[in-house]
Write a protein that binds this ligand. Sequence first.
Ligand code: SF4
Ligand code: F3S
Ligand code: FES
Length: 254
Amino acid sequence: MTTYDASFRVWRGDTGGGALRDFTVEVNEGEVVLDIIHRLQATQAPDLAVRWNCKAGKCGSCSAEINGRPRLMCMTRMSVFAREETVTVTPLRAFPVVRDLVTDVSFNYEKAREVPAFVPPKGVAAGEYRMRQIDVERSQEFRKCIECFLCQDTCHVVRDHEENKAAFAGPRFLMRVAELDMHPLDAADETGLDRRAGAQDEHGLGYCNITKCCTEVCPEHIKITDNALIPLKERVVDRKYDPLVWLGNKIGRR
Ligand code: SF4
Ligand code: F3S
Ligand code: FES
């Protein structure tokens, strides 16, 4: 087995501030960045705070920035870096630091709560729902989300603009709105809930200028922009400029 010493630079600190600290740490063949962080804890920095759980790319806990790019630490192989390269690990930039590599991601849970839930169709019992396979597959792509929030972290709308957070749900939750709006059995309309108007007015769809950075960092390879955000934008525009919808809205407002 090949072993070498790597240069690591890890952000250490808390809500009061912090700094990058340098470490030299052993790397073995086949290891991922999370292995190295664990070795640091075991040998040099026992109080280093890091969040992780599955070590299999499925729990979404070990999100951090590695050389400035949002990534899962457990899915980033050390072999992607040159041996002489310094590997810098910092906490997700878009969320407040708790300590070291752990951030407070409660922004995302607040945004999740703001998306109205699926409204079951009337007169169809649970277990009796029937959908075309193509609709099932569309939802299933979005359902692969592991809630790592890398997409939320990388989106420039909030990454450098704390002031946008109140008005913008972020790609993960706009994708959820898209999923529900495209769901053939969702009966939100019948309750007076307009998901498309909500996407634009309450969840900040207009802030997204389809830079696709969210799609690029998604570890589940979900085509967030192409399959959720752009179709949702098109559906919002269709509603706005459909003459029948326009007439209906006019009459409805009288
Ligand atoms: Fe993570 Fe992808 Fe889900 Fe965003 S959509 S939270 S990047 S798995
Ligand atoms: Fe942000 Fe993704 Fe749109 S990165 S700007 S939500 S395409
Ligand atoms: Fe679960 Fe990395 S530890 S995704």
